[in-house]
Design a protein around this ligand. Structure first.
Ligand code: SF4
Length: 490
């Protein structure tokens, strides 16, 4: 029997692995604002948190396991002196839950001190690691962030930071939003296809880079704009502004559509779209495409909430006599992981987290709205729960297309074998989870709600075709895979 720890995926959802921050201020320490910004990005990673600062002379670092609130105490933050800082929250892959994998990654070398926070995943990291190892670089982890750091450090021996980043971008392939600290200069860069988000904010006395705008709001700042795909942004050390360097131009983007569907906070604006509004629109489209008559519509909290309200609004506008209700109550004190030593306990897991309100569902036809199904294990428990509470019928509606393929860009999505939709139709899945009916939203509805064409989005996990050159997988575009062996020395 496998370990008794829930892998952490919130109710069988895909799991974002990281959030990044960078702060440069005029004349106060950057550690506290970085810490608050990490708090705002806590949903992007709960296993470790870290900050690296620079005081003009040297780097200071603190990384800790667990939530942001557990990883730092006041003394830790006071020790992180300096007006420049970068931060990171991380959800590591199974087996690497230890401090050596926590970020930011930091290294001191002949060319100065370097810190790196990474959200995303390179698909050619092994090639570059082999190349660097052959020229004498020693690695302390198997992560791709260290590969980027070593490559940058090598380039910095000959070049300034802008040219060094440009050279590294010519070699790495895959998904990355990075905040970088070179000595006391904070930089942000987004991969040429802009797979993961990164946004610039202005504070009264400086500038901030963060995975999501909600972090900028939390600091009382104002959003300037998204970092453009392929752009390097260099924050001024005195907090007075930033410089932009468009290092790579690509004709299309590949924004992860799941950021809008599930990962990002609903109050964040990503690539100029408010996530909450996108989710409401997805809910309306879900009614238009898959609406089913029922007495009550209820979200799986918290992620299904905006979908369900959009769905119910569209249903009511069409004259359907359906009530919107919060019929599933969530226990907010159950963490992302908890001990489940037996199969029986695992089957009970959903009861720990959710409890149906009997009077809302008893004797009624119920539609449950969620944003995704990965393995299907918790969906069947959820349907059981609602039936046991007295529902006459349980319909399930999902605000995204079926997940049929894994993610190679930094999302913990499960393997193809584990994905329930990889080889089953919606009707077969409905039968397996015990629902009276199950329908998914179409990809067309997703592109309409986000306001971007499919060729500007990554939809790899629902189409099986990726915007990057992933080994043994199909791609949906003309990908230029860099030659990993082409080193800066060549
Ligand atoms: S494969 Fe899916 S989860 Fe991964 S980046 Fe693409 S859209 Fe996002």
């Amino acid at each position: 029997m496998s370990s008794g720890r829930d892998s952490g995926a919130e109710f069988d959802h895909p799991t974002e692995k990281c959030g990044v921050v960078g702060v440069s201020l005029a004349d106060r320490d950057a550690a506290f604002p970085t810490y608050y910004a990490l708090y705002a990005l806590q949903h992007r990673g709960q296993e470790s948190a870290g900050i690296v600062s620079h005081d003009g002379f040297q780097q200071h670092q603190h990384v800790g396991m667990g939530l942001v609130g557990d990883a730092f105490d006041e003394a830790d933050l006071e020790g992180l002196v300096g007006e420049a800082a970068i931060g990171h929250v991380r959800y590591p892959t199974a087996g690497s839950v230890d401090k050596s994998c926590a970020q930011p990654f930091s290294v001191s070398f002949k060319g100065g001190a370097l810190g790196l926070s990474h959200n995303g995943n390179l698909v050619n990291a092994d090639d570059i690691r082999d190349d660097l190892a052959a020229s004498g670089h020693a690695f302390t982890s198997d992560g791709d962030t260290e590969v980027i750091a070593h490559d940058l450090a090598r380039n910095l021996l000959d070049d300034d930071i802008v040219s060094a980043v440009e050279t590294t971008m010519e070699r790495i392939h895959g998904s990355y939003s990075l905040t970088i600290m070179h000595d006391e200069t904070v930089l942000g860069v987004r991969d040429p296809l802009g797979n993961r988000p990164l946004i610039i904010g202005e504070l009264e006395d400086g500038y901030v880079l963060a995975s999501e705008s909600a972090a900028i709001d939390t600091l009382g700042g104002s959003v300037v704009r998204d970092v453009r795909p392929g752009e390097l942004v260099v924050l001024h050390e005195d907090g007075s502004g930033f410089d932009s360097h468009q290092l790579v131009e690509a004709s299309n983007t590949a924004h992860c559509f799941f950021e809008y569907v599930y990962f990002a906070r609903p109050d964040s604006v990503i690539d100029e779209e408010l996530v909450y509004e996108v989710r409401r629109e997805l809910g309306r489209q879900l009614w238009a495409e898959t609406g089913v008559e029922s007495d009550v519509v209820m979200p799986v909290p918290d992620s299904g909430r905006a979908f369900a309200s959009g769905y119910a609004e569209a249903a009511q506008n069409d004259g359907a006599g359906v009530e919107f209700a919060e019929g599933l109550m969530k226990n907010r004190y159950v963490g992302r992981t908890f001990i489940m030593p037996t199969q029986e306990a695992r089957e009970q897991a959903v009861r720990l987290k959710l409890n149906p309100i009997k009077s809302t569902v008893e004797g009624r036809e119920v539609t449950i709205i969620d944003d995704s199904i990965v393995r299907g294990t918790t969906s069947s428990q959820l349907v059981d729960l609602v039936r046991e509470a007295g529902a006459d019928a349980v319909h399930v509606r999902i605000g995204a297309p079926p997940i049929v393929a894994p993610c190679y860009m930094g999302i913990d999505m499960a393997t193809r074998d584990e994905l329930i939709a990889a080889d089953k139709t919606a009707d077969e899945i409905a039968a397996e989870i015990g629902a009276d009916s199950l329908s998914y939203l179409s990809l067309d509805a997703i592109t309409t709600a986000i306001g971007k064409s499919e060729s500007d989005l990554c939809v790899g996990c629902v189409s099986g075709e990726y915007p990057y050159d992933v080994q043994d997988e199909a791609t949906d575009r003309d990908v230029e895979h860099p030659a990993a062996g082409a080193s800066a020395d060549d």
